[in-house]
Design a protein around this ligand. Structure first.
Ligand code: SF4
Ligand code: SF4
Length: 356
C-alpha cells in the first residue's frame, strides 16, 4: 500500500482511514501488535526519541490509563530501537500538577515510575509552564499556538488518550489529549479564555511572589494588592506561583470556540511529526482525568481504538459510545472539533474498522 505525505502526517492512500479495535480482554497483548502492524515504525528512524503522551491523572483520581498498558507500549518502542519517554505538561488550573516537580511525583504515585514503565517522565514546559515556543497557525482561529518547549525534541509521538466525558467540549479523546496535553500553560489559557488572568483582591496577601516571578514585569501593587497590567502575555505562570490562589482565570470561551482552537493546536502539534493515536475507551467517566476524584464509569469498558489518523480514532470511539456522551452533555455539540479537524486536513471521519 503506497504512503502519501499529507499536510501533517503520513496517511495510507485510501479513501477511508484504518482504525484498529482491541476489545477490552485483548488490550494488554494487542497494543504491541497494533503498533507493529500500523506502519508507524516504518516511518521512524532508529535511535530517535519517541514521546509517549499520557495523562497521569490528577491526585485523587486513579481512572488514568493503567501503567501496565503504557509499559507494553514502551517495550515495543525499545524493541524497534527507539528512545521512549512519557511526556506531559503542567496543568493550567490549581492543583499538584500545575508544577512540573509535583506533577512528576503524582505520576510516580500513580505507578508511572521508570522501574515499572521502563521510561522516564518528562514535563515539557518547565517548572511553572513558562517554557514554550510559538508556532504559526495558517487560517487558524488563533494566529499562533504556544506549545511546550520540550516538544521540539520529539518528532515522533505515540498519543495514548483516555476517552471520557468533558464538561466544556463534551468528550476528551485523541484530539484533546494532543491539544490541551502538549500546549504550554499559555496555550491552554488561550484555548480556554479570551482574557488575561486577574487578581482576587480578597485573597491577595501582598507576598510579592507573582511580582518577582512574572517574566514580563506585568504585575505591580496598587494599595497593597497585586494588579496585572497590560504587558501581560497570558503565559499563566503567575497562577501557579501564587501561594494563596488569588490569581484567577476567566474560563469564558464558548464550547465551540474552545473546540476550534483545539483543532488549531492539533494542527500545530502534528505539523512535521509522525504520530499514532490510541483511544482507551475504558473507565469512561463524566469528567476528565484532571478531576480530583475517582468517578464511577458510566458504561462498561469497551476496549481501545488505534489509528494513524487522530480524527478517525476519535470518530470510531464516538460511534461506539457517543450516545452516552450526548446523554451526559446534551447541550454541547462535540461535532465542532471533528469538523474543524477535517477542514484543517488532520484526518477523516470515514474509516474502516479492523478488529483484532
Ligand atoms: S502571589 Fe498571590 S498573594 Fe502574593 S502578591 Fe501575588 S496575587 Fe497576591
Ligand atoms: S501576569 Fe501575565 S505575563 Fe505575568 S506571569 Fe501572569 S500570565 Fe504571565
Amino acid at each position: 500500500m503506497p504512503f502519501l505525505r499529507l499536510q501533517n502526517q503520513w496517511c495510507v492512500a485510501m479513501s477511508r482511514a484504518r482504525v484498529w479495535f482491541l476489545p477490552k480482554e485483548r488490550v494488554l497483548d494487542g497494543l504491541g501488535v497494533v503498533l507493529k502492524n500500523s506502519g508507524f515504525f516504518e516511518m521512524v528512524k532508529p535511535r530517535k526519541r519517541v514521546g509517549i503522551k499520557v495523562h497521569f491523572g490528577e491526585a485523587g483520581n486513579t481512572n488514568h490509563i493503567d501503567p501496565e498498558y503504557v509499559r507494553r507500549v514502551v517495550i515495543t518502542t525499545t524493541y524497534f530501537n527507539l528512545q521512549p519517554a512519557l511526556i506531559e505538561t503542567t496543568s493550567l488550573y490549581r492543583g499538584r500538577r500545575q508544577r512540573a516537580s509535583e506533577h512528576i511525583k503524582v505520576a510516580h504515585e500513580h505507578g508511572f515510575v521508570p522501574e515499572r514503565v521502563l521510561a522516564p517522565v518528562e514535563i515539557l514546559d518547565g517548572e511553572y509552564g513558562e517554557k514554550f515556543y510559538a508556532v504559526p497557525v495558517p487560517n487558524g482561529r488563533v494566529a499562533e499556538a504556544y506549545l511546550a518547549s520540550g516538544l521540539r525534541y520529539y518528532r515522533y509521538l505515540i498519543n495514548l488518550a483516555h476517552f471520557k466525558g468533558h464538561f466544556v467540549v463534551g468528550y476528551g479523546g485523541t484530539l484533546k489529549n494532543l491539544a490541551m496535553g502538549l500546549a504550554a500553560k499559555a496555550g491552554k489559557l488561550a484555548m480556554h479564555s479570551s482574557s488575561k488572568p486577574y487578581v482576587d483582591k480578597n485573597k491577595c496577601v501582598s507576598c510579592g511572589t507573582c511580582v518577582d516571578y512574572c517574566p514580563h514585569d506585568a504585575i505591580g501593587f496598587v494599595e497593597y494588592v497585586a494588579k496585572i497590567g497590560r504587558s501581560c502575555t497570558g503565559c499563566g505562570g503567575c497562577v501557579a506561583v501564587c501561594p494563596s490562589g488569588a490569581i484567577k482565570l476567566n474560563w469564558d470561551e464558548a464550547s465551540e470556540s474552545v473546540q476550534e482552537k483545539m483543532a488549531d493546536y492539533c494542527q500545530a502539534i502534528l505539523a512535521g511529526r509522525v504520530a499514532i493515536h490510541f483511544n482507551f475507551v475504558l473507565k469512561v467517566t463524566p469528567n476528565c482525568d484532571c478531576y480530583p476524584q475517582t468517578e464511577e464509569p458510566v458504561i462498561p469498558d469497551v476496549g481501545v481504538f488505534a489509528s494513524l489518523d487522530p480524527v478517525a480514532c476519535d470518530q470510531a470511539a464516538l460511534d461506539r459510545v457517543g450516545v452516552e456522551i450526548r446523554r451526559l452533555y446534551p447541550h454541547l455539540n462535540y461535532q465542532v472539533l471533528l469538523e474543524r479537524a477535517v477542514e484543517l486536513g488532520l484526518g477523516k471521519r470515514e474509516y474502516e474498522l479492523v478488529s483484532l
